[in-house]
Design a protein around this ligand. Structure first.
Ligand code: PRP
Length: 178
């Protein structure tokens, strides 16, 4: 375990189990369909690489980097798109892949944005969710695990751009981020 962590929350085997369970549900829902996986950079890159390899449908992959503006409790905020998709998603089944849902602002705005572009369907697969932090109500169709409000890093998740490369997910020691 990395010295900056106080505990491992999900080891590699447990993460694989979460990815298996999400993929099983996706494979049941998209049978005979194709889909465009929208990987939300940067945190989702590791999970997306594992998830798409478990999906049986015909998958196209595209990338987006986005964040939400403002601190309101409504989903009517503004989405800031730092990197946009290359492909036209009109008529496509879109599966947004996220590492973690916190306030729900980014996902709520992103879901609306992609629906407004004419996608046939827009669903979200998130490895982790912190329900205690939710400010905006957004439907997450596929969730790997709900976790308490702890500062988690690894498997794509960062603190100040570090720890993304850890193969497991752990809880950061408070003295590291305070
Ligand atoms: C994280 C995560 C989501 C967003 C969730 O990304 O990957 O995109 O925050 O937060 P929300 O539910 O409060 O909107 P972050 O902005 O940290 O960027 P990163 O993926 O590049 O680390």
């Amino acid at each position: 375990m990395h010295k900056d962590l106080k505990k491992v929350m999900f080891d590699e085997g447990q993460i694989a189990g979460l990815a298996d369970s999400i993929a099983e549900r996706i494979n049941a829902d998209y049978e005979g369909e194709s889909l465009t996986a929208v990987v939300v950079l940067k945190g989702s890159l590791v999970f997306a690489a594992d998830l798409i390899r478990r999906i049986n449908a015909d998958v196209r992959v595209d990338f987006m980097q986005a964040s939400s503006y403002g601190v309101g409790t409504e989903s009517s905020g503004v989405i800031k798109i730092k990197k946009d998709l290359e492909s036209d998603i009109s008529g496509e089944n879109v599966l947004i892949i996220e590492d973690i849902v916190d306030s729900g602002r980014t996902l709520s705005l992103l879901k609306k944005e992609l629906a407004d572009r004419g996608a046939k369907s827009v669903k979200i697969a998130a490895l982790l969710s912190k329900p205690a932090r939710r400010v905006v109500d957004v439907e997450i169709e596929y969730i790997g695990a709900e976790i308490p409000d702890e500062f988690v890093v690894g498997y794509g998740l960062d603190f100040a751009e570090r720890y993304r490369n850890l193969p497991y997910i752990g809880i950061l020691k408070p003295e590291v981020y305070r």
